[in-house]
Ligand binder design. Structure first.
Ligand code: DGT
Ligand code: CA
Ligand code: CA
Length: 364
């Protein structure tokens, strides 16, 4: 098999960097993006923080109150609520830039993607590094975002490499350098090896990938099961044959209808919303998908548009959940509504597959 060239691109401190992009005065300050819970006050967690805030020990997942404590001396620290719609919009724009002229584009999430560029760069790692630099520059110029890129012969090594130098990194691991690159790294850098697995290994005095390579596949399979054991055995050797699979990021589905009459009456509109939800739900059910975002859309009698959406706590495939949320949005949208509505739509977004989407990181 010919040597592939695969990029993994990951945006740096993504939500926080999006906030900096629209408010450049934030750049010099510690910026924390927060998911405030419904309990009010400071209850909730940090989604991410910029590198200035990270210097004070602020990171994803910690309570907002802890972050405030850690940043006590920084009177200029900023705590912002998440704005998923805006991050999605930034993500879509950036993905458009990197999608151009690659052989295969695989969307992974709002802030990361794999690109297969083998043909595009004629299998040449030097050309590949120029292309990566070009993509980085365009994303910076057009979208005002920095990202880190890993380049290698497969998805696994590229993912490890993109995380190797951050922010604004570009790490190239040519086939001859794979062993040397991997062996020095902590086992934790292997996607899927988290705190729990790391602890088991540390008890066995296994700290680096070089140490991990001393274990044979039988020992690993015995300890972690065949699937995880084999994955780790291969990962330590940089072996990964998963192809980059064509996958678009803009995964959403919507249905829109023209009403029998123009109206702004809740009970009339609510009936149509329910029907639209059933139609949308039928499609996602058929595709075996869940949604995490629900939206509604009006085309008003003067042909102007209005839309509203909300992010759910958890992905779901439930029709009642969809209808309940769409109706809540309808109530909100009809507040102070003066003009009548001509067309009505329902949208679900942030779609994901119901059953275990296979990915290098979910062997555990
Ligand atoms: P990086 O890549 O280390 O420079 O920083 P991020 O923030 O881009 O980290 P990454 O790539 O792991 O995650 C991408 C986005 O996903 C991040 O900006 C916010 C969100 N995220 C990550 N971890 C958490 C978490 O624990 N809770 C919540 N609510 N969101 C998270
Ligand atoms: Ca990131
Ligand atoms: Ca990421």
């Amino acid at each position: 098999m010919e040597t592939r060239i695969v990029f993994h691109i990951d945006f740096d401190y993504f939500y926080a960097q999006c906030e900096e992009a629209r408010s450049p005065e934030l750049k010099t300050k510690p910026v924390c993006v927060c998911v405030f819970s419904d309990r009010g006050g400071d209850s909730g967690a940090i989604a991410t923080a910029n590198y200035t805030a990270r210097k004070y020990g602020v990171k994803s997942g910690i309570p907002i109150a802890f972050a405030k404590k850690r940043l006590e001396e920084r009177k200029d620290a900023v705590f912002l609520p998440v704005d998923f719609e805006y991050y999605t919009e930034m993500s879509e724009k950036a993905m458009e830039v990197m999608k151009k002229d690659v052989d295969v584009f695989e969307y992974v999430g709002r802030d990361e993607a794999y690109l297969d560029v083998t043909k595009r760069v004629e299998g040449d790692f030097i050309k590949a590094s120029h292309l990566a630099q070009q993509i980085k520059n365009s994303i910076r110029d057009k979208i005002k975002l920095s990202c880190s890129v890993g380049i290698s012969q497969n998805k696994l090594i590229s993912k490890i490499a993109s995380n190797y130098q951050k922010p604004d990194g570009l790490t190239i691991v040519t086939p001859e350098k794979v062993e040397e690159f991997l062996e020095q790294l902590k086992i934790r850098t292997i996607p899927g090896i988290g705190g729990k697995t790391e602890k088991i290994f540390l008890e066995m005095k296994i700290e680096t990938i070089q140490d991990l390579k001393k274990l044979d596949v039988f020992t690993l399979n015995n300890k972690f099961g065949r699937k995880s054991g084999t994955y780790m055995y291969n990962a330590a050797r940089g072996i990964d044959n998963e192809p980059v699979k064509e996958k678009e990021g803009r995964v959403q589905y919507s249905k829109i209808m023209t009403l029998k009459k123009d109206s702004k009456d809740y009970s009339f509109l609510s009936e149509s919303i329910k029907e639209l939800c059933v139609e949308v739900h039928d499609v996602i059910k058929k595709n075996n998908q869940m949604f995490k975002s629900v939206g509604i859309h009006f085309v008003q009698s003067d042909l102007s548009n209005k839309s509203k959406s909300r992010m759910l706590k958890n992905p779901t495939a439930d029709l009642q959940e969809l209808q309940k949320n769409a109706e809540t949005l309808l109530v909100e949208a009809l507040e102070n509504q003066t003009i009548t509505i001509r067309r009505l739509g329902v949208k679900v977004a942030e779609l994901s597959e119901i059953k275990g989407q296979r990915d290098i990181t979910n062997y555990f």
